[in-house]
Design a protein around this ligand. Structure first.
Ligand code: ADP
Ligand code: MG
Length: 675
């Protein structure tokens, strides 16, 4: 069970919650099943058990009847085991999804329980998740119910430590922990089950918010370098070399950063701004602020190509000012590398742009005061922690992300960072026109692309490649590439291709051909998702758009609309599209507001899948859903902040249980001193 479900001890077992209940008071009738029926719970008898088919087609078929009709129960997997378990003429409760096969209803792999099961206290009987492997070894839903019930027979209320202080339980009308655990496994009524569930969700969110509040406290208590003045280089750049006027939002963010860096505490700020909102210039001015105060600064990007772009940009902007800047990536070797390392160590190089190469131990700064991290979600949290160690006091950290974060999510994963938002695009941008087209309209789409290219623009064509190693995806990319070559005569149009199976050098080369305008079309997988800036590209064609997530499509769309020209995003799908995919595509067509898209994404997918959150481990709640339970989150968060204000280290006797629980959680999750 340990390997399969992560259950290693009694406590794990108590927290392996049922995911639904057989409620005996709610039984459907077979005669009432119709084409609209999805899930049913039936009570009746197995009248006959038989087998059909050989080898992989082998299946077990049980005829199941109630007093109104009958249908088939089917097992394709574990058929032998089920055959030994089920008995003809016995009564069962069955739950599952109904399908219709040639006018006859059946349920494949139903949940099934003997009618007179002893595990139920009252009407509701718990259903636990197991795995196919465990089931074939005889560890079923029933086994869990039995073990858990046996456990509760031994447990006294006092055996389960209440971790939430009394006062808070009363204030938030939460039931006790023992009651909650008992009732969630073996509810005496629907109401008690709901009371229990609310308490346990609250507890989960409360613990996560306490961790966040403590981290934040650590951060804000961390002394930092003081940038006392706004100096010559900042002012000279601002007055003489800024190629445009800053938007109000950009100015506001720079002011926020100035306040932070002047405060004597270390800054840990997240800068959130939609694609194209102009984060780079903010980063640059922040770095100038650092060097005016005698410090070095670095900016780190997740890929070679992105750091090259930053480097090219920054070097161009700084060219008139005699501020040295160098690029350090894994590709920089030999003499050049030695030179850069030496200049960083002796302080003669004030600004360095690079990739992960910057956090290697061999890179030593004389006096690093400011570290900017671009496109944050591509970096692991541990890598950020390594940056902290590059100076006696940790440098100020500015993390930039184009992934908009809905409020509830922000509270949970970035609750310990200060957040700045650029909520205004530079003036003069034209909204990108987004349309949905189906395969049968392909010829028109290609014609349109050709006319844009003939006007001097460039175009992206993106294919899904969820797993870079997936063979089928790779083949469809290649087939797509061949097709593009047929639509666009190779003598007239240059086509470049980038994907994850190419060696990095070749990929860079092709990417550069497009960035320099030598290639008209870039056929690509999602490797171009992040940050690439080719203002002349005005068409983004996304193939098999039904396979992309919302935030991914939004990031891709952000690659166009960067210049003055009208830009287009075309979402190509098959002629038939599922409801879910249609919903996503409709949202893309309706809005270009990244924030709205992120909210919709969170609501549709749940938080676990959002970019950048997987690695945080902070979002894996057993019961709580930060979208649906936003009100619970809010109340748990307020309680957590209240406690940490009053007793930052949880020293009070009433907070001891909480302290131990958090310590145990920290060990498990390694949330050390990270973001
Ligand atoms: P992102 O936030 O996606 O990193 P960039 O910093 O790459 O955005 O900026 C996108 C484009 O907008 C760049 O070409 C940049 O020069 C331009 N830009 C940024 N700020 C302004 C501004 N205030 N006015 C006009 N153009 C701007
Ligand atoms: Mg950027």
């Amino acid at each position: 069970m340990r390997a399969e479900l992560g259950i290693a001890n009694f406590e794990d077992l108590l927290f392996h919650f049922p995911y639904r209940y057989f409620d005996r008071t709610r039984v459907d009738k077979i005669a009432a099943i119709n084409e609209q029926t999805e899930y049913v719970q039936l009570a009746g008898k197995i009248t006959h058990i038989g087998e059909e088919g050989d080898g992989r087609k082998h299946r077990l078929i049980a005829t199941f009847a109630d007093d109104t009709g009958r249908l088939d129960l089917l097992w394709f997997q574990g058929a032998n085991w089920m055959k030994r378990t089920l008995k003809e003429q016995e009564r069962y409760i069955v739950f599952g999804k109904v399908s219709n096969f040639q006018g006859y209803y059946n349920i494949a792999h139903p949940e099934i329980e003997p009618w007179n099961s002893e595990t139920s206290v009252a009407g509701m009987q718990p259903v636990y998740s197991s795995t196919q492997k465990l089931i074939t070894r005889g560890i079923t839903n029933r086994s869990f119910a039995k073990i858990t019930q046996a456990l509760f027979e031994k447990l006294q209320p006092g055996d389960i430590t209440e971790i939430v202080p009394e006062r808070i339980l009363r204030e938030h009308q939460l039931c006790g922990r023992y009651f909650a655990l008992r009732q969630i496994h073996f509810p005496e009524s629907v109401e008690k089950e709901q009371t229990a569930r609310r308490r346990l969700k609250w507890e989960e969110l409360f613990l996560s918010q306490l961790s966040v509040a403590r981290l934040r406290l650590q951060h804000t208590a961390q002394p930092g370098w003081v940038f006392a003045k706004v100096g010559d280089r900042f002012n000279e750049f601002y007055s003489n070399h800024l190629p445009f006027s800053l938007t109000g939002a950009q100015k506001r963010v720079i002011r926020e950063i100035r306040t932070d860096t002047g405060s004597g505490r270390q800054m840990n700020r997240l800068l959130q701004g939609d694609v194209g909102s102009g984060k780079t210039i903010v980063a640059l001015m922040t770095m100038l602020l650092a060097i005016d105060n005698g410090f070095q600064a670095c900016i780190m990007a997740p890929t070679e190509i992105l750091s090259q772009q930053h480097y090219a940009n920054i070097a161009r902007l700084l060219a008139p000012m005699n501020v040295p800047v160098r690029l350090l990536t894994g590709a920089v070797k030999g003499k050049a590398r030695k030179e850069i390392l030496a200049a960083l160590a002796d302080g003669s190089l004030p600004i360095v742009v690079g990739t992960h190469a910057l956090i290697e131990d061999s890179v030593q700064f004389k006096n690093l005061g400011m570290a900017v991290i671009d496109e944050q979600h591509r970096f692991g949290v541990g890598q950020r922690a390594r940056l902290w160690k590059k100076n006696e006091l940790p440098p100020h950290v500015l993390v930039m992300t184009a992934t908009p974060i809905p409020r509830t999510l922000g509270m949970t994963i970035y609750g310990d960072l200060d957040i700045s938002v650029i909520d205004e695009l530079p003036p003069g941008r034209q909204a990108i026109k987004t349309v949905h087209r189906k395969d049968m309209g392909r010829a028109k789409v290609m014609e349109f692309m050709r006319s844009e290219i003939d006007k001097g623009r460039q175009a992206y064509i993106v294919y899904p490649l969820i797993e870079e190693s997936e063979k089928l995806d790779y083949e469809s990319l290649m087939a797509g590439y061949e097709q593009v070559k047929i639509w666009f005569n190779e003598n007239r149009y240059n086509i470049a291709m980038v994907h994850g199976r190419q060696d990095p050098d070749e990929r860079e080369r092709n990417m550069k051909r497009f960035a320099k305008g030598e290639a008209h079309i870039l056929v690509a997988t999602t490797v171009i998702e992040v940050g690439v800036d080719v203002p002349n590209a005005s068409v983004m064609l996304i193939e098999s758009a039904e396979r992309f997530g919302l935030s991914q499509m939004h990031q891709l769309r952000g690659r166009v609309g960067r210049g003055a020209e009208q830009s287009y995003c075309i979402l190509m799908t098959g002629n038939k599209v599922s409801q879910e995919s249609k919903k996503r595509i409709d949202i893309m067509v309706e809005t270009t507001d990244g924030f709205k898209i992120a909210e919709a994404d969170l609501a549709m997918r749940g938080p676990g899948d959002l970019d950048g959150t997987q690695q945080s481990g902070i979002l894996k709640f057993r019961l709580a859903d930060i979208v649906k339970d936003a009100d619970v989150l809010e109340s748990a968060r307020n309680a957590a902040i209240g406690i940490i204000k009053e007793d930052p280290r949880l020293d009070q006797p009433a907070h001891q249980a909480l302290r131990y629980t958090l310590q145990a959680m920290n060990k498990e999750k390694h949330w050390g001193k990270i973001s």
